[in-house]
Ligand binder design. Structure first.
Ligand SMILES: N[C@@H](CCC(=O)N[C@@H](CS)C(=O)NCC(=O)O)C(=O)O
Length: 202
C-alpha cells in the first residue's frame, strides 16, 4: 500500500489511526501548495482532488481520511476505532460526523477563507471565514458537555471521533484562526489523548 499525502490535519488523522493499529505504510508526498493534487494524474486517483489517498496493491484508490482509517481498522486486529457492536458503531459514527461537520469543516472553512491559502483555486471570502470560525468556537460547547458525561467522545471507548476532534482542535490552535475557549472537560480529554503514543505519530 502507499499513502499519497501532504503535511495536513487530514493526513494526521490517518497517521494516528495507523499508529493505533500498528501499521506503517509507504508515503508518497503530494505538493498541494503547487496544485499537484489538481493534476490529471492525481485526479485519476481521487476525483475529489484532495489528500490523503490510500493506494492498495491492486491499484484501488481510497480517498477521505475517515474512509482510509476505516479500511485500515478493518484489515487489522486489536480494538476497533469504529466500534464492535451495532450501538457502538452508531454512536461513534454520530460523534465522528458531529466532530467533522460542526468543528473540523468549520475550522477548515475559517482557515481557507481567512488566510486565502488556496486563492489560486477557490474564491475566498474573509467574512465567511469569520462566520465559520464563530460556528467552530460555539460548537466546542456541545463536545465539552458530552465529555462531562463520558471519558471519550462516543462513550467509554477511544475512537475515530476522538481522533477527528483532537486533530481539528490542535490544527485550530496552530493556525490561530478560531478562538478556543477554555473548557474543562475538553481540556481533561485532550490531556489524556496526548499521553497516547499515537498522538505523537507523524
Ligand atoms: N474530507 C477530506 C478532506 C481532505 C482535504 O481537505 N485535504 C486537504 C489537506 S488537509 C487538501 O487536499 N487540500 C488541497 C486543496 O484543497 O487543494 C478528508 O477527510 O480526507
Amino acid at each position: 500500500m502507499k499513502l499519497h499525502e501532504a503535511p495536513s490535519p487530514n493526513a494526521r488523522r490517518v497517521h494516528i489511526a495507523m499508529a493505533e493499529k500498528g501499521i506503517e505504510i509507504e508515503r508518497v508526498p503530494v505538493d498541494i501548495r503547487a496544485g499537484e493534487n489538481l493534476s490529471p494524474e492525481f485526479l485519476a486517483k481521487n476525483p475529489g482532488g484532495r489528500v490523503p489517498v490510500l493506494e492498495l496493491d491492486d491499484g484501488t484508490f481510497i480517498g477521505e481520511s475517515v474512509s482510509i482509517s476505516r479500511y485500515l481498522d478493518a484489515i487489522t486486529d486489536g480494538p476497533s476505532l469504529f466500534g464492535d457492536t451495532a450501538l457502538a458503531q452508531a454512536q461513534i459514527d454520530m460523534w465522528q460526523r458531529r466532530a467533522e461537520i460542526n468543528f473540523f469543516n468549520e475550522v477548515a472553512g475559517a482557515f481557507r477563507n481567512i488566510t486565502a491559502i488556496f486563492k489560486d483555486r477557490e474564491t475566498c471570502v474573509e467574512a465567511w471565514g469569520h462566520v465559520c470560525a464563530a460556528k467552530a468556537s460555539k460548537a466546542l460547547n456541545m463536545f465539552d458537555d458530552q465529555l462531562a458525561q463520558t471519558p471519550y467522545l462516543a462513550g467509554d471507548q477511544f475512537s475515530i471521533a476522538d481522533i477527528s476532534l483532537c486533530v481539528a482542535v490542535d490544527f485550530a490552535r496552530a493556525v490561530k484562526v478560531v478562538e478556543l475557549p477554555e473548557l474543562d472537560n475538553l481540556k481533561r480529554w485532550q490531556g489524556e489523548l496526548k499521553t497516547r503514543a499515537s498522538f505523537s505519530a507523524s
